[in-house]
Write a protein that binds this ligand. Sequence first.
Ligand code: AKB
Length: 312
Amino acid sequence: MNPKILVIGASGQIGSELTLALREIHGKNSVLASDIKEGNDELMKSGPFIKIDATHKEEIANCIAFHKVTDVYLMAALLSATAEKHPDLAWSLNMQSLSHILELAREKKIKKIFWPSSIAVFGPTTPKKNTPQRTIMEPNTVYGITKLAGERWCEYFFNKFGVDVRSVRYPGIISYKTPPGGGTTDYAIDIFHKAVKNKPYECFLNDDVMLPMMFMKDAINATIKIMGAKKEDIKIRSSYNLAAISFSPKDIAESIKKSIPEFKIRYKPDFRQEIAESWPNSIDDSEARKDWNWNHQYTLEELTIEMIENLK
Ligand code: AKB
């Protein structure tokens, strides 16, 4: 039977492109987009959209029952930088939305869940290089705490109730269609918007802070791949490490200069520097590569060219 999919948080940076990709695969009427606010034109014209507040269980439950939804992609969340400013909101949105979806799956109202975690589950005491799947996890950001708690809930619901929930720890995701939503890795998108307008960029991180990153097409591919994998191949039910490339603000500026030689950057770190410093430099994602054949495609050079071409 074809899945009937509900994407919650479909107007956001990843949700909007994920919805378009799922509609390509399953057909537009099999994929319902939902969010508290409307998305961009491309998303709104591509298929059905429903307004849903991800913290309201009844709204979600009614939508699932009415449309006979089988699979939920829960993309709604407050990201790292915004969460530091609004800790209560971050806790209630990030935790309540997940708890509602896990409960609905336990009650057998849905079959399969995708819920993204993040490299933010790691903290300053985690080994920074090639961070292993299983290691010290002491996040010191509100966002990181919500994601680590969420991972524990996912594994618990799988072990106790057999809930088929799948998850990856996204690194910073770079894309051009929908603006990013308040993360620490947003600099790696903002920088392109300035560069194509021939404007200098003031970076809110220091030049040398190395972070794990990924082009949107790779992130969508990973999401679709883990959801399409056989149930028995998903061996990790908290969340899989996921990696592609790692670079610093200086590296991305150099890469942009190959296409736009006059591009200028200066560095004025703010509170986000401390968040970035607490995260890994690079990630060991061999378990994802082994269990469900994950493979990234885009290098820094390739994504730089695609970002510049599309933003121009
Ligand atoms: C953020 O910067 O908060 C996100 C993330 C790494 O989860 N992009």
